[in-house]
Design a protein around this ligand. Structure first.
Ligand code: 13P
Length: 253
């Protein structure tokens, strides 16, 4: 089953207006220069930059996503942003359940699942993040933790058309540490298996599972050539157009 790779940038809480627009323009021209790339591209800037990045990406095949959303359509939720608002702004995707949100905002699997249901209802595609902590990895629980997160965070009616999974070991995020390729493939294959139990084999075979955590141009080739790795969710290196594009190129796009 050929799955088109997705190269996604999570800018996190980085970028003021001028840098964000410049970064988006550089990514846009780099992707255009690739002609017909074999991958899809996505950038997820902070809420404040979504509208201007959307403009800066015009004409390039780069999708726009947010980094979180609320589970309600509207209402008395000061400071929150609804999936419908993101859709209205031109977003096609939203990242949900990133480990930084699970840690900083106490987001449980159940909350992530409710947000995903709301996002799908609004017509957004979700990038649902899972991943174990260092203590969980060291005690041999990585696969079990990831399976449990999939079962709890992914809505029961999700499909490959509206959902992407991102496996991001918490201890690999922003640390320069990356699991061995065997460890990455072990988790991705286990995730695909549990997705098959939950959503059916056809959906699981089509669903993209991205790897995230210290992806760089230098390790992109080995990570992105693993059989169950269908792209990357890139933090730090997505803030430099040159590195983001080099990851895509080295990853076979
Ligand atoms: P880094 O690429 O900076 O390790 O971040 C990964 C990440 O958290 C992407 O969502």
């Amino acid at each position: 089953m050929a799955r088109k790779k997705l190269i996604a940038g999570n800018w996190k809480m980085n970028g003021l207006l001028a840098d964000g627009v410049e970064l988006a323009k550089n990514i846009s021209s780099g992707v255009k220069a690739m002609g017909k790339p074999q991958c899809e591209f996505l950038v997820c800037p902070p809420f404040t930059l979504l509208a201007s990045v959307k403009k800066a990406l015009r004409g390039a095949k780069v999708a726009l996503g947010a980094q979180d959303c609320h589970m309600a359509e509207k209402g008395a939720h000061t400071g929150d942003i609804s999936p419908l608002m993101l859709k209205d702004l031109g977003c096609s995707h939203v990242i949900l359940g990133h480990s930084e949100r699970r840690a900083d905002h106490a987001e449980s699997d159940d909350i992530v699942c409710q947000k995903a249901v709301a996002a799908h209802k609004a017509g957004l595609k979700t990038v649902i993040c899972i991943g174990e902590t260092l203590a969980e990895r060291e005690s041999g629980k990585a696969v079990d933790v990831c399976k449990k997160q999939i079962l709890g965070s992914v809505p029961a009616d999700s499909s490959a058309a509206d959902t992407v999974i991102a496996y991001e070991p918490v201890w690999a995020i922003g640390t320069g540490k990356v699991p061995t390729t065997a460890d990455v493939e072990e988790v991705h294959a286990a995730v695909r298996k549990v997705l098959a139990q939950k959503l059916g084999k056809a959906n699981a075979n089509k669903m993209r599972i991205l790897y995230g955590g210290s992806v760089k141009p230098s390790n992109a080739k080995e990570l992105l050539s693993l059989p169950d790795v269908d792209g990357a969710l890139i933090g730090g290196a997505s803030l430099k157009a040159e590195d983001f594009l080099a990851i895509a190129k080295n990853g076979g796009c």
